[in-house]
Structure formats: C-alpha cells, structure tokens
Design a protein around this ligand. Structure first.
Ligand code: AMP
Length: 297
C-alpha cells in the first residue's frame, strides 16, 4: 500500500497563473480557519527554497509558493533573459514538499503597460546591493508588495541568504502597515560551505571551487572576531585578502556592518554581519554571515 509522506496526506497542489484563483483559494482557506504562509521565489527551486517551504508548512496551514522571475529587479545588463526557468520541475518539487498552491503569473499579470506605482525603501535601497544594482530594491519592494497583496498571507518567508533584502522587506511591511509577519530562515549551504543559489548552476567545476572563497572569507571574519580581534578594518582586509587569492574573483564589496541597520562600523559591536558580493568569472554571487561579539569572560 502506498502512503503519503507524513504531513502531506490530504494535500493536493493547485498551480495557477491567475490572481482571481489565488484570491479565492486563499479566502476559502482562511474561511476554514487556516493560517496562510507565502514563500515568494523566482523559481529554479533548490534546497534553500525548500527549507522556506518546510518552515511555512510547519508554522502555517496553507502554503502558497509564488514563482515569478521579476523583470524590474534586474538591471539592463543583468541576467534576466538567461535566468533559469524550470517551472515544471518546480511545480513537482512543490507537490512533493506539500505546498497547497503555486502562483506562477505572467509578467503582464503583475505589471500593467502603464504602471506608475513603485515602492521604494529609501536609504536601505541605495547601499551595498543597491549601490551595485541601481533600481534592484525598488523592483524587489514593488513585486513583494504586489505578491503580498495578491496572496494576503499571515506569514511571508524569506532567506537570510539575501540579508539586505529581508531587512528591507521587514522595514517596508512595518512602515506600510502590511498585516503580515515576515519570517527569515537561515541560509542553506552545500556541505563545503557554498551557499545554495539558483545562479550556482552558471558556475563551471573550477569556478565552483573558487566560489568557496566567499563563504571561507566570511567564516574567517567570524573566527577572527571570536578569537578576540575587534579592529573592523583589519578583519575586512584579511577577508578581502583571502577572497582575492584567486584572480578569477572580482569583488563588489566585502564588509562588516551593523546587523540591524547595515551601517558602517568603526569598531566591533554586538550584532554584526559580514557581507560579500563578488563575481566568479561572469557569475555574480552574494553571501553573508552573522558575527556576534563573544560575551566577556
Ligand atoms: P530567489 O528565488 O533567489 O528570489 O529566492 C527566493 C527566496 O529564497 C529568497 O527569500 C531567498 O533569500 C531564499 N533563498 C535563496 N537561497 C537560499 C539559501 N541558500 N538558503 C535559504 N534561503 C534561500
């Protein structure tokens, strides 16, 4: 006899590209007293996305995954066209993970030809990723607002992998009084430390080896702080030195910031985050690690 994996019994996945179908399914679920969880993604799902889906399954009753490669968050010379699109496999992965509803809209469903409404989180949008990808966070904030308005979840799930993004979304939801709890879940890594990313599939075998320098540099910064080093410039320099030990790495930023505000630091503070954006060959990767100051003995 075949039995469903634990917890997936009685769940049937629906996939739709229509807003009305999502609204009806969500309001039916809410009418049945269920709490709604939403996991916004751009598809090409991997274990990082699945960890968010698992958290949503554990913490809510009706899980909606959105799959939408959002054009407005890509710059003119970025990889919007090449971005991996694997909708059928993604829907199957969602089915196996016990998702209730997949929303995979066309671009024209999310954006009208004449749209003039955008959401911008001033300040946080302009630094780090925002400095190197102008307009990126306006695209992110706008699409997340639209997706939250369509799915109206109780909880929305984001990865710590995109650290600045989840801070920005938290702030946006708070300031716009959106009735949603923003949940951030830890970065899922390969056993050797590489953070999972849909863009990892662009890497050749040798580039993948070089890409390990990114997580190693963050780990190094964490280790230096835990060994008692407090000089931020010195830690950043050592991180940069390790990162650039291969000529195929070109660095956009490698920095240690206040983990709550992303402000620059002159000296170590209690809650810090190391953040790196670097190109390995042609592939741009980001990663980060929280760094806590050890308690004084
Ligand atoms: P994306 O499809 O790249 O837009 O990512 C969708 C969500 O998955 C975002 O909230 C990401 O932060 C999250 N995510 C991406 N990679 C990982 C990872 N390695 N671990 C945990 N979450 C991730």
């Amino acid at each position: 006899m075949l039995t469903a994996p634990s917890g997936t019994k009685n769940r049937e996945l629906r996939a739709t590209d229509r807003i009305e179908v999502v609204r009806t399914a969500v309001s039916d679920a809410r009418g049945r007293g269920l709490r709604i969880g939403c996991v916004p993604t751009m598809g090409a799902l991997h274990a990082g996305h699945l960890s968010l889906i698992t958290a949503a399954r554990e913490e809510t009753d009706f899980v909606v995954v959105t799959i939408f490669v959002n054009p407005t968050q890509f710059g003119p010379n970025e990889d919007f066209r090449q971005y991996p699109r694997t909708l059928n496999e993604d829907i199957e992965a969602c089915r196996q993970a016990g998702v209730d509803l997949v929303f995979h809209p066309e671009t024209g469903t999310i954006y009208g030809q004449d749209d003039r409404t955008f959401v911008e989180v001033a300040g946080l949008s302009d630094i780090l990723e925002g400095e190197f990808r102008p307009g990126h966070f306006r695209g992110v904030a706008t699409v997340v607002t639209k997706l939250l308005n369509i799915t109206s979840p109780d909880c929305a799930y984001f990865g710590a992998k995109d650290y600045q993004q989840q801070l920005l979304i938290r702030r946006m939801c708070r300031e716009l009084h959106l009735p949603v709890e923003v949940c951030t879940k830890p970065t899922v890594r390969e056993p050797d430390g590489l953070a999972l990313s849909s863009r990892n599939r662009y890497l050749s075998d040798s580039e993948r080896q070089v890409a390990l320098l990114i997580s190693q540099s963050l780990q190094l910064a964490k280790q230096l702080v835990s060994d008692g080093e407090h000089d931020i410039d010195s830690i950043s320099n050592k991180m940069l030195h390790h990162l650039t030990s291969s000529p195929s790495v070109s660095v956009d930023y490698a920095t240690i910031r206040n983990a709550e505000t992303l402000e620059e630091l002159s000296s170590a503070c209690h809650s810090m985050v190391g953040l790196i954006a670097a190109r390995v060959g042609k592939t741009r990767l980001i990663d980060n690690m929280l760094i806590d100051l050890p308690e004084p003995r």
